[in-house]
Design a binder for this molecule. Sequence first.
Ligand code: MEV
Length: 308
Amino acid sequence: MRKLERSACAKIILCGEHAVVYGRPAIALPLSQLRAHAHIAAHREPFEIFAADLGETLSLTTAPVAPLVRIAQLACEKLGITPPDARLELRSDIPLGANLGSGAAVSIAVARALGAWAGYEFTPDEVSALAYEIEKLHHGTPSGIDNTTIAWEQPVYFVRGRTPELLSGVYVAALPIVIADTGRSTPTHVPVGEVRRAWESAPAHFERIFDAIAVCVHEARLALEVGDLPRLGAALNVNHELLQSLSVSSPELDALCAAARAAGALGAKMSGGGRGGNMLAIARDVAHAQHIAAVLRRAGAARVFHAK
Ligand code: MEV
């Protein structure tokens, strides 16, 4: 029986979230060890998707149209094919609602699997554009950083509407980062919508915060280029304070950041949409990262990941 598999990674935002929606830069990293997998196999029935983690089977006629079905339709339109008589099974290691890009990753895995089934490998730009359409369904004004980072599976310096700059170099590749999930999830559109309403009521104030976040991102990029981890950590600490002033952090995120800093982290901040989800900490080296991970578990983190 014909079958094949394609996958897509998770992502983490190093710095610049929220301000990136307003045209400021942000840096995001792929998390290659956490993946969404789409297995596709020939099937006697019309096309269907089995979302194994949810225990749900979706067909093209299931109403309302689920994002998973929509990405399959968009991929088929782009390929110029009708949906094949096949069953696509989706399994993901990426925790849902943890701001690790699970939505964009499943979209990209589905599109890649359908492309491969039709004998075509989508380019990163193509698959990113398809997934962006679904990101818009998930939260009205996405910057596009999640789908871009996941489609390229490389560290990205991202400015909305510009060609993404792929960051390379030993320091970016070997960053000793610890990521901790609070275990609480808030859909990204909630904090993104609240920031928008706050910005609408006091644009000048929020524009100044976004500018200050852009300075942190610039500092972080310079620090990454020369491998200056203390400088990177300091930029991330300031970024966290600015996110607190946007009211997108939470007591759990603040407590995990404080615990990481008390364990000697060079910097710690919430990451992604906020109000739950995850935070990250920069360690001195791999052994220190293990220590911080243990401290974060004791401080109540539901899950702890390493960037490598
Ligand atoms: C979500 O991963 C990052 C946010 O900046 C939203 C976006 O960029 O679309 C909060």
